[in-house]
Ligand binder design. Structure first.
Ligand SMILES: [Zn+2]
Length: 302
């Protein structure tokens, strides 16, 4: 199963409706917890997510609204006796902050620290790229390997049916029929997480062709001067990023508490994403706490 469980959606300060940041990406057997802000442990309970679902924690940067939930979540892993290792990724310059937060937690979790200081692959299929914020910040991109999709009409024409289909997939051929004869390339499904940044090349690289992009939209377009000053995206900039990158679905979050209604931000992002490079266009939505977003279908090669 692949889905995004939204734990919190507010930037800087929580509101009555929105908790600080926090997102759990369920990706087959993995659970990637992104940017756990204050209150994440309780949000997980409200979302029905057990601590054992977390296998990897990814921090974009060490500002409090993205990290203060760490001691609580780690303590809970320990209390619950979770035995599997949990990998923690974060920018290397935040090492002292991360170690201080980890030191506050109840010991016992099998936590493995992985600081990164440059773009690259930090775990199988998981890549980081630098973003442009006020402290060292990296976004994340998770992509499955490309595969092939069987074409039923071609299987029929080649006379491959029943258990023989399994043999063909496993061995790459069945009699004189090869897998390539009866299938088409299938791009791997992709997810990207772009948080706390001014528009930059790193964000573009992360978002390229992914099926689901979670992006901050801290400010409305009319507050672009504030976004520039604090090095954040406006809703329109998030939409433009997603459209140019050919994203399947853009999820807007990390809203400033100054916008009780984020509807206008969604409209701004939609307008900016119109004319998307993606066949069929880029869908745009805002999320609320405890929303669940299924991974949209894979990109089709045309
Ligand atoms: Zn933030």
């Amino acid at each position: 199963m692949r889905e995004l469980v939204v734990l919190g959606t507010s930037s800087q300060v929580p509101t009555r409706e929105r908790n600080h940041n926090g997102y759990l990406l369920r990706w087959d057997g993995q659970g990637l917890l992104f940017d756990p802000g204050e209150g994440t442990q309780r949000q997980m309970i409200l979302a029905g997510v057990p601590s054992s679902a977390v296998t990897r924690i990814c921090l974009t940067h060490v500002h409090g609204d993205h990290t203060f939930g760490l001691p609580g979540v780690l303590s809970r892993l320990s209390l619950d006796g979770v035995e599997h290792p949990v990998d923690l990724h974060y920018p290397a310059s935040g090492d002292a902050v991360v170690r201080a937060l980890v030191a506050l937690a109840r010991p016992g979790a099998d936590l493995r620290l992985h600081p990164h200081g440059a773009a690259g692959e930090v775990a199988p299929g998981l890549v980081v790229e630098p973003l442009a914020h006020r402290v060292e910040t990296y976004g994340y991109r998770l992509v499955e390997p490309d595969g092939r999709s069987l074409v039923p009409a071609r299987l029929d024409a080649a006379g491959v049916r029943g258990a023989d289909v399994g043999t063909l997939v496993r061995d790459g051929r069945w009699g004189g029929v090869t897998l390539d004869d009866v299938s088409v390339p299938r791009p791997g499904q992709g997810f990207a997480f772009v948080m706390d940044t001014a528009p930059c090349a790193g964000a573009e690289a992360l978002a390229q062709d992914v099926d689901l992009l979670v992006a901050e939209a801290t400010y409305a377009d009319e507050d672009a001067a504030l976004a520039r000053e604090h090095r954040h995206l406006t809703a329109g900039q998030a939409g433009a990023l997603a459209g140019a990158a050919g994203v399947g679905e853009l999820v807007l979050t990390h809203f400033s508490s100054r916008y009780p209604d984020v509807g206008p931000l969604v409209e701004q992002a939609r307008r900016a994403a119109a004319g998307s490079r993606r066949a069929g266009g880029t869908r745009v939505r805002a999320v609320d706490d405890l929303d669940r977003v299924r991974l949209p279908p894979r990109r089709r090669l045309v």
